[in-house]
Design a protein around this ligand. Structure first.
Ligand code: HEM
Length: 262
């Protein structure tokens, strides 16, 4: 492929000299755009990306495009988002799914062969902490760290104090699925992961909830790529939780693009 690409580039008439001329010519357009900003702040990567894309365009299509050509700028931006997305956890989940499962039905027993997907689910649950506050009343007097809690006292515990604990999670506010993977990429359980609470009053729906989350999440990502609506960047997408007893995301819209058009 490498040899083919190199010779194809040459066939397109792109010797070193010709390329140099194209780049120098493109520089003029870049200067023009930058000069127009009159020293005011501007988004540098856009102009530079258009310039760099134009070099490839002139090699492949034999022409360059104006920086205000809508079709050109949309195409460049789409290509860029694509590259940025490549390293993102969801794309890595999709790679794992397509490598391990392909297009067949995903089943619960596949989870053990999908460590990265499992890690992303755990990390999402850790950070989302959708049931942040636990409540119960002890049935007898207890002493906890020197404090007496009398029988019947309502006790509220906060799970974020566990899931954001810096002594358990390195930079807890960063989304890092690798916390749930060892150096061989095998999934590892963490004691400080307790989104379903712990002990005799822990969630009785855990098994059902875990199965649903795994099957819904993995089979959706097996089929679709989700993006913000056109004109909205990922950073602009507001997923802050709506405050309540249970945290749910602010209502939002996404676009689902089929991965394998049928
Ligand atoms: C992602 C989904 C879920 C999460 C994160 C979750 C989390 C929790 C947590 C943290 C508790 C302890 C609350 C406390 O101590 O005050 C709890 C209790 C409970 N959950 Fe869930 N839950 C989930 C899904 C479900 C489902 C699907 C069901 C029903 C099928 C369910 C039924 C219950 C029940 C009945 C309790 C009370 C248990 C008791 O008081 O002894 N949960 N859940």
């Amino acid at each position: 492929m490498r040899r083919f690409a190199t010779s194809a580039l040459k066939d397109f008439g792109m010797g070193k000299k010709a390329i140099e001329e194209k780049i120098i010519e493109e520089c003029q357009h870049l200067f023009e755009v930058i000069t127009k900003k009159e020293g005011k702040p501007f988004d540098t990567d856009k102009a530079v990306n258009y310039a760099v894309s134009n070099i490839i365009c002139s090699i492949v299509y034999g022409k360059r495009y104006q920086y205000d050509d809508k079709e050109f700028t949309t195409r460049v931006e789409r290509a860029l988002t694509h590259t940025q997305l490549l390293g993102s956890p969801l794309i890595q989940v999709q790679e794992e799914l397509s490598r391990v499962i392909g297009s067949r039905q995903i089943r619960v027993e596949d989870r053990k062969n999908l460590p990265y997907t499992d890690a992303v689910i755990h990390e999402t649950q850790r950070m989302a902490d959708i049931v942040p506050m636990l409540n119960f009343c002890p049935t007898e007097d207890v002493t906890l760290q020197g404090f007496l809690i009398q029988k019947g006292t309502p006790v509220y515990s906060m799970l974020p104090s566990v899931h954001q604990d810096e002594s358990e999670w390195e930079s807890p506010s960063t989304f890092k699925p690798s916390r749930f993977l060892d150096k061989n990429g095998t999934f590892v359980k963490r004691d400080a992961f307790m989104v379903f609470s712990a002990g005799p009053r822990s969630c009785i729906g855990e098994g059902l909830a875990r199965m649903e989350i795994f099957l819904f999440f993995s089979s959706l990502l097996q089929r679709f790529r989700f993006t913000p609506p056109p004109g909205v960047t990922e950073d602009e997408l507001d997923l802050d939780p709506v405050l309540g007893l249970i945290l749910s995301p602010t209502p939002h819209q996404l676009c689902a693009h089929p991965l394998h058009p049928t």
